[in-house]
Design a protein around this ligand. Structure first.
Ligand code: GAP
Length: 500
């Protein structure tokens, strides 16, 4: 059986994540809450490993620049809640909106820009709306109407005059005319700071980690030995009241971002934009994500975010998700934000945020190139990319995660519970746990223990058997090939160090 694709793969992944403790629906015992997810023991570990890899490669050991010199990037951890004026200045209060359309009949709500319509080319009969990537129901309605797909052209709902919605059947209805006109919906989550829930105390949960970086640009400049070109990086939660959270953790209402703002002179911005686009694409490949499932896509002019520089733009690093393939969906954006944010904050706060270059005597607000990745979305990419089936194994499911990202690095087993084997495996476990996340498992058949490790992506299984008693060697089984080799117990730490 080949590796499943599309909805079948999503179904398998979601089930595996639940069964093995990667990801659970939030508040599950109360019926859940749409758009929120909890990371279980293995999911939290996998997410932390991806987070740590990003932090190491961006902050602790940033890449070499185009001239081969090490780049300068410093870290930051700013507040989730900031003065609400921040979000007015950044444009989020006024402009961070998605168009939404309601269905009066099914009571469902859709992102208007995600809806498309099969429109009859001859103008005869109704149009059939569908959510992007989910055309099947609309196609079967066309078949039921005894019409042919070829008699229709596909057009985005938003390209139609709302008066024409009267002739459109919604994605979840049978009669036309139930879709409302699109309305703008602000994605910011609101809360109140202090004892009273008044307009004066209104505050927002940050919808991106980036603004905390702009707010601290001057603080970092004044307190650290950095000067443009340099970066400030931050990892943390962001919150968006998405109209239609969906596709598991792909679009949720609470998620984590890994963002870096690269401050540079405007004369060098294009060079850095190209550098970071390529460097970030390569980084995802280095995390083991298959190159043929990743693409770089340049944003169309009408897609650009309010801060993106017209003409210089944004590229997305996109992945062929099970719900987009053969198409792709966003994993990370690399945006040329110009000096938009610093200019806005300088104007709104009345505080000078300029950098003074002592060499050129120039005072300026730097341009910003921003690689903005989703950490939660990255976890989905790792899981979807790693999922595989190997029919030659009794339990065919396995996750081919990059060993250094796998939540558990090795499973340590005694072949049987007798003859002193568990004592030896326990000793190996105690030694290796000092350096790696490893598990000691003495229950069930060896086949079942291997299968469980394959399913959670553990790259190595170390088995103590009767030969160990004679020559102090163990078998080390490779997750991907099933190949087993004998290694002396005192060589296990260097073996893992090399592989991980
Ligand atoms: N500071 C720029 C910014 O926030 P974005 O494209 O809106 O840009 C960056 O977000 C990344 O954050 C996206 O590429 C995606 O990986 C992730 N992301 C955005 N919205 C998300 C959501 N609702 N759920 C999960 N991840 C999301």
């Amino acid at each position: 059986m080949p590796r499943p694709t599309g909805p079948a793969l999503m179904e398998k992944l979601v089930a595996l994540c639940k069964r093995r403790g990667f990801i659970f629906p939030a508040s599950e015992i109360y019926g859940g809450i749409n758009g929120f997810w909890d990371y279980g023991p293995l999911g939290a570990q996998l997410k932390n490993n991806l987070r740590d890899a990003w932090w190491r490669d961006m902050v602790e050991v940033p890449p070499l620049g185009p001239d081969g010199e090490p780049l300068q990037i410093v870290g930051l951890d700013s507040s989730i809640i900031q003065n609400p004026k921040v979000w007015e200045a950044s444009g989020h209060v006024g402009g961070f909106n998605d168009p939404m359309v309601d269905c009066r009949e099914s009571k469902r709500r859709y992102r208007a820009d995600h809806l498309h319509v099969f429109l009859p080319s001859d103008g005869e009969g109704p149009g059939f709306a569908f959510v992007e990537g989910e055309a099947d129901t609309a196609l079967s309605k066309i078949k039921k109407a005894k019409r042919d797909r070829d008699q229709y052209r596909v057009t985005p709902l938003l390209s139609l005059d709302p008066a024409a919605y009267a002739g459109v059947i919604g994605p979840d209805t049978k009669e036309p005319g139930s879709l409302t006109e699109p309305r703008q919906f602000n994605l910011m989550f609101q809360t109140y700071v202090g004892a009273t829930a008044t307009q004066d105390n209104l505050a927002y949960l940050r919808p991106e980690t980036a603004q905390g970086i702009f707010l601290n640009f001057k603080n970092v400049l004044d307190s650290s030995r950095v000067a443009p070109p340099f970066g400030i990086a931050q990892i943390g939660k962001a919150f968006r009241n998405e109209v239609t959270p969906r596709n598991f953790i792909f679009r949720s209402r609470e998620f984590e971002q890994m963002e870096m703002e690269w401050f540079c002179h405007s004369s060098e911005a294009v060079k850095w934009f190209e550098f970071w686009s390529q460097a970030r694409l390569q980084w995802w490949k280095d995390q083991g994500v298959q190159a043929e499932r990743l693409i770089l896509r340049t944003h169309e002019r009408d897609e650009l975010a309010h801060y993106a520089k017209k003409g210089a733009g944004t590229v997305d690093i996109e992945y062929a998700y099970p719900f987009t393939e053969p198409g792709h969906g966003e994993l990370e954006g690399v945006a040329h934000r110009s000096c938009y944010d610093l200019t806005q904050h300088q104007e709104h706060s009345n505080k000078k945020l300029e950098f003074f270059d002592p060499q050129t005597r120039e005072r300026y607000l730097p341009d910003v190139i921003e690689p903005a990745a989703g950490l939660s979305r990255g976890v989905l990419v790792l899981l979807a990319d790693a999922y595989d089936l190997d029919e030659s194994r009794p339990s065919p499911e396995l996750l081919r995660l990059k060993p250094s990202l796998a939540p558990v690095k090795a499973g340590i087993f005694p072949l049987t519970k007798k003859d002193g084997l568990p004592e030896i495996s326990d000793r190996i476990f105690r030694e290796l746990r000092e350096r790696y996340v490893v598990q000691h498992d003495i229950k069930q058949s060896i086949g079942k223990r291997y299968a469980r490790m394959d399913e959670i992506g553990t790259p190595f299984c170390i088995t103590v058997d009767h030969q160990t008693l004679e020559d102090q060697t163990v078998t080390v089984r490779d997750r991907d090939t099933g190949y087993q080799q004998r290694i002396a117990t005192d060589k296990l730490t260097p073996f893992l160090a090399e592989k991980l």
